[in-house]
Write a protein that binds this ligand. Structure first.
Ligand SMILES: Nc1ncnc2c1ncn2[C@@H]1O[C@H](COP(=O)(O)OP(=O)(O)OP(=O)(O)O)[C@@H](O)[C@H]1O
Ligand SMILES: [Mg+2]
Length: 267
């Protein structure tokens, strides 16, 4: 099952990605979490200890690896390089595991097709597509803010795209934009997740104003989320209400996925 998490900057994508990753790991699933934010912070949200995090660095910043695989150094403009380098060993070799969550940091990813034609983007695009093709049990992609990352590969392989919003018109505006872009390229399996929801009124606001996306669930606003960050503890461990809400979302998605697979196999 492949889950991509998107939404406006700061709405809580990384928090949700960490919660869902740990929820699936605790359900006994094999989880690969990929941090596709240019400034990675999923390791922190998952509460990875410093000694584990020290072993991790974003693929986009591995100059020697990029050179070895593409034949050119990052930052090179012009010249020749391989546009489909070997990447199949990367998820295992360059990830770390903590509490059954395998984590890979991608670094600055441009997979939408725009942006530079350079060795590092060739490497990341190939790696991203590879992740979508792989037969991982559960893949969680923590995307960066914005919508540029929606490419063709996303459509064919993502089982659920979660659009995170806060109870604000601005974040709903971004959600509507994401939905439009995704719909234009044929992606239909999208859900809205409301985060930082303070009360029933805010939940009702999101239900009423959703840009036509089904609501997967809500995560309450809780100052303990920021406290967990300061303390370096996973939100999953520190804030039981968020853990519970995430578990329910994880189960809903798993049921949906199991249903789709069984209806496919009976065709
Ligand atoms: N439910 C919540 N209650 C209170 N604070 C929250 C909640 N969820 C997230 N936050 C806080 O909001 C901030 C942004 O969260 P997070 O980093 O998960 O968002 P993001 O969408 O990944 O951001 P970015 O776009 O920068 O990657 C953090 O300081 C986090 O602690
Ligand atoms: Mg983030």
């Amino acid at each position: 099952m492949k889950i991509a998490i998107t939404g406006k900057g700061g709405v809580g994508k990384t928090t949700l990605a960490a919660l869902l990753a740990q929820a699936y790991a605790d359900m006994g699933r094999q989880v690969l979490a990929a941090d596709a934010d240019p400034s990675p912070c999923l390791a922190g949200a998952l509460g990875f200890p410093d000694e584990v995090r020290a072993k991790l660095s974003p693929i986009a910043e591995m100059d020697d690896l990029i050179y070895e695989r593409t034949g050119a150094r990052p930052g090179t403009v012009g010249g020749f390089f391989t546009i489909n380098p070997r990447v199949d060993d990367i998820p295992e070799r360059f990830s770390v595991i903590y509490r059954n969550v395998r984590l890979l940091e991608m670094g600055s990813v441009d997979i939408g097709g725009s942006g530079c034609i350079c060795p590092e983007s060739a490497m990341l695009k190939t790696l991203f597509t590879h992740l979508l093709f792989r037969k991982d049990d559960v893949l969680i992609l923590d995307m960066y803010a914005g919508v540029e990352h929606l490419g063709r590969a996303t459509v064919d392989f993502v089982d659920a795209m979660l659009v995170v919003v806060e109870p604000t018109r601005r974040s709903l505006g971004t959600a509507a934009q994401i939905k439009k872009l995704a719909t234009d390229i044929g992606l239909t399996r999208m859900w809205l997740v409301g985060n930082k929801v303070r009360d029933d009124l805010e939940a009702a606001f999101l239900r009423a104003e959703t840009p036509g996306l089904p609501v997967l669930g809500f995560l309450p606003a809780d100052l303990a989320v920021q406290e967990a960050d300061r303390l370096g503890i996973a939100v999953y461990d520190y804030v039981p209400v968020l853990r519970q809400a995430a578990r329910e979302m994880a189960e809903t998605l798993a049921r949906q996925d199991a249903g789709e697979n069984s209806s496919q196999s009976s065709l």
